[in-house]
Design a protein around this ligand. Structure first.
Ligand code: TXA
Ligand code: MG
Length: 319
C-alpha cells in the first residue's frame, strides 16, 4: 500500500495524519468523527472552543458541509480552489460542534498541494486540519518541523517538501452582510475583489466568528521578537548590544556595524519570498538562542499585509 492510501486508512481509523498543503502543514483528522477531532486538540494543546478548517477534495463537496451557500462562494471556489482561501459559510446541521467550536458557521477550503489532494480524494471526505504545530507556536512549513513539534502524537507525517506559500490561508467570511477577511493571507483583498466585484473589508464585526489566528499571542518564537522601522534598526540594535544582549537581526541589508553579539540573516525584499521563508527563518533565528530577535518592519503596503500581520503576532506572542 502506498503512503497516501495508508494515510487515508489511518484517517478512517480515527488517527491523526499530518500532511503538506501549499500554505503550511496541517494536522488532519476525519472531520466527521468527533473523537478523532478531539485528538487534534489534545495533540496541539489547543483550547477546544477554537473552530477548525475542514479540507475538501473539491468544491463539489461544499453542500455536504454548508447550507445557504451564496453564489459568491461558488465563484470564489471556481477562481481560487484549489488554493490558499478558506471560506466561512453557514454550517450544515450534520457538522459537529467539535469542528465549529459551537458556532453556526464552518470554515472550508480545498488545498493546492498534490499530496493533500491525493489524500483528500482517496479519503473522499472532509479532513479537519489546523496547522500542525503546538498551540501558539510557529506554524510548520516542512515535515521536519511537524516532527520536531508533535513527534509521536501523530501516526504519520506525509512529506511533501517545503510549502510553496509559507503562511496560512486567507480566511473570508461570507456569512455577513458583506464579505470580510478575518485573517489576511497571500491571496489578497484585491484578487478576491476582482471576482466578487466588491473588495472585502478586514476584521470581524462584534458578532462575527472567532478566529484563533486573531489572538495576539500566536505564531511566536521563544526568543522575544521586536519589530522596528528600518530607520530605527541601528539604534535599537546598538542599545541592546550595549546592554550586553545577543541580537539576531532579520533585515534586508547587512547592518552597518559589526559586533560579536550581532548575527545578521538576510530578509527577502519580495513579499512572496519573504512569506515562503518566514516560519523557517523564525525557527532558525529562535534556535540561535539570542536574547532578542530584531526584525525590520515590512513596508506599509497591501502586498505585505499578511506578512506584517504574522510578524506583529510573533512580536506580541513572544513577550
Ligand atoms: O492555511 C491554512 O488555513 C492552514 C492549512 C493547514 O490549511 N490551516 C490553518 O488552521 O491555519 P488553523 O487551525 O491553524 O487556523 C484556522 C483558523 C483559526 O484561526 C480558526 O479560528 C479559524 O480558522 N476558523 C475556523 N473555522 C472558523 C469559523 N467557522 N469561523 C471563524 N473562524 C474559523
Ligand atoms: Mg495555526
Amino acid at each position: 500500500m502506498n503512503e497516501v492510501a495508508r494515510a487515508a486508512q489511518l484517517l478512517r481509523a480515527g488517527e491523526l495524519v499530518a500532511f503538506p498543503t501549499e500554505t503550511v502543514y496541517g494536522l488532519g483528522a476525519d472531520a466527521a468523527n468527533p473523537a478523532a477531532v478531539a485528538r487534534i486538540f489534545a495533540a496541539k494543546g489547543r483550547p477546544a472552543d477554537h473552530p477548525l478548517i475542514v479540507h475538501l477534495p473539491g468544491a463539489s463537496h461544499l453542500e455536504r458541509w454548508a447550507v445557504d451557500i451564496p453564489e459568491a462562494a461558488y465563484r470564489l471556489a471556481a477562481a481560487f480552489w484549489p488554493g490558499p482561501l478558506t471560506l466561512i459559510l453557514k454550517r450544515h446541521p450534520s457538522v459537529s460542534d467539535a469542528i465549529t467550536g459551537g458556532q453556526d458557521t464552518v470554515g472550508l477550503r480545498v488545498p493546492n498541494h498534490p499530496l493533500a489532494l491525493e489524500l483528500l480524494r482517496e479519503f473522499d471526505g472532509g479532513v479537519a486540519a489546523p496547522s500542525a504545530n503546538r498551540f501558539g507556536r510557529i506554524s510548520p512549513t516542512t515535515a521536519a518541523h511537524v516532527r520536531e513539534d508533535l513527534g509521536d502524537a501523530v501516526a504519520l507525517v506525509l512529506d511533501g517538501g517545503p510549502c510553496a506559500v509559507g503562511i496560512e490561508s486567507t480566511i473570508l467570511d461570507l456569512t455577513g452582510a458583506a464579505p470580510r477577511i478575518l485573517r489576511p493571507g497571500m491571496l489578497d483583498a484585491a484578487a478576491i475583489g476582482r471576482v466578487l466585484g466588491v473588495v472585502p473589508g478586514f476584521g470581524g464585526t462584534a458578532d462575527a466568528p472567532r478566529v484563533s489566528g486573531s489572538l495576539e499571542a500566536h505564531y511566536a518564537p521563544r526568543t522575544p521578537l521586536h519589530l522596528a522601522a528600518a530607520t530605527d534598526i541601528a539604534w535599537v540594535a546598538t542599545r541592546a548590544l550595549d546592554a550586553g544582549r545577543r541580537v539576531a537581526l532579520l533585515a534586508p541589508q547587512a547592518p552597518g556595524m559589526a559586533h560579536e553579539n550581532l548575527i545578521w540573516r538576510p530578509a527577502d525584499t519580495d513579499p512572496e519570498r519573504f512569506a515562503h521563508d518566514l516560519y523557517a527563518r523564525l525557527r532558525e533565528l529562535d534556535a540561535l538562542s539570542c536574547d532578542l530577535i530584531l526584525v525590520v518592519a515590512p513596508p506599509e503596503d497591501e502586498a505585505w499585509r499578511a506578512v506584517a500581520d504574522r510578524l506583529r503576532r510573533a512580536a506580541a506572542g513572544s513577550k
